[in-house]
Design a protein. Structure first.
Length: 358
């Protein structure tokens, strides 16, 4: 009882002191507490640090805001003209949108860019994809709501189902086929979702298989080399697709792994340099070469099969890039000594097809 009374008395004293301090503050009689010399030094250092940060932010804004405004004007002025460049523009936005400094402005640009990727008939799908993508990309803006891990996984799965039903023909022969693949820029816009759903549901064979079928459906398309054809594989995010497929092969087994290998071969073939296909770029070749260094037999097998689909174009690429040529020769020569006999045979055939025995 005495303790309780003592505690109550202390609280009353604290309240009284606060009341007196507030009264003195209003009358201007309250003096600010004096800082020690050590505290003054710490405060000075902190103020200098904050000043430097503000200066850096101002420099970032002065250099990026004009570019963002120009991109915003281009998107709103003639979005269709940007369609062929979406695969190059989007990765830059994905990285920058995670910065709180310019995320708000880039969010609007990113949402507007759906008009450069999708047709007006697909506007509902485009809005849904754009909204989920902002969550996947972890945009540094206030979205008005936030999802936990389970909500994110469920939303990704729903979007994948929508895309799969819309783009991939049904397996049943007697089923009505209303599917239509997306244009390459639209698939590029959707790709962060495809990647996220594969990685989040890597143990769900059905979900991963649906995603792989969606990828294969679009990498199997061929375009017109003589005109601007938005269904041409050269407008697909091929390097990112190959990287995802290599990771998927290494993380799956059995039927799902076989589907991933097939998808990787399809993705490699669309960069074979043949009619209607894109030419392989050094980063794409490097991705397959890196696969040859994997400790997974299936990944090395898939990498060799992917390289075999682009032998004609690969010969020309390595002839024009001496450093690339050295890497290709070294990697394939090592692959000829692969622990797995089947991989040795694939590497030997690739060695001969590229004429490296000379």
């Amino acid at each position: 009882e005495n303790k309780a009374y003592s505690y109550k008395e202390q609280m009353e004293e604290i309240a009284l002191r606060k009341e007196i301090e507030e009264k003195k503050r209003k009358e201007g009689k309250l003096k600010k507490p004096e800082l020690t010399s050590k505290q003054k030094e710490a405060m000075k250092a902190q103020l200098e640090k904050e000043s430097k940060i503000r200066s850096n932010i101002s420099c970032v804004l002065s250099s990026t805001v004009p570019a963002v405004n120009m991109l915003k004007s281009a998107v709103r002025g003639n979005s269709a003209a940007l369609s062929p460049y979406i695969t190059d523009i989007l990765p830059v936005i994905y990285k920058a949108i995670q910065s709180p400094v310019i995320a708000r402005e880039l969010k609007e640009v990113y949402l507007d860019m759906r008009h450069a990727a999708f047709t007006p008939e697909d506007e509902t799908m485009a809005q849904f994809v754009a909204g989920v993508n902002l969550q996947v990309l972890k945009a540094a803006v206030d979205m008005g709501f936030s999802w936990d891990k389970e909500q994110t996984k469920e939303s990704l799965k729903k979007v994948l189902q929508m895309l799969h039903e819309s783009c991939v023909p049904p397996c049943e022969e007697d089923a009505e086929d209303n599917s239509c693949p997306l244009a390459a820029p639209a698939f590029a816009y959707c790709f962060p979702i495809v990647k996220a759903v594969v990685l989040e549901h890597i143990t769900d064979s059905q979900v991963v298989t649906d995603a792989l079928e969606l990828i294969s459906e679009h990498t199997s398309l061929r375009g017109d080399d003589e005109s601007i054809d938005m269904f041409h594989p050269k407008y697909l995010p091929r390097r990112h697709i190959l990287q995802l497929l290599v990771e998927t092969i290494s993380s799956t087994t059995d039927v799902t792994q076989q589907a991933a290998v097939k998808a990787l071969i399809d993705a490699s073939e669309c960069a074979s340099g043949e009619a209607g296909c894109a030419n392989p770029t050094p980063p794409e070749i490097d991705c397959l070469m890196t696969a040859l260094q994997s400790d997974s037999d299936a990944v090395r097998d898939a990498g060799l099969r992917g390289l075999q689909t682009m032998t004609t174009a690969l010969t020309q690429v390595v002839a024009n890039l001496p450093e690339q040529n050295k890497s290709v020769v070294r990697r394939i020569w090592i692959a000829r000594c692969d622990p797995l006999p089947e991989n040795q045979q694939l590497a030997e055939k690739l060695w001969q097809d590229l004429g490296l025995e000379r």
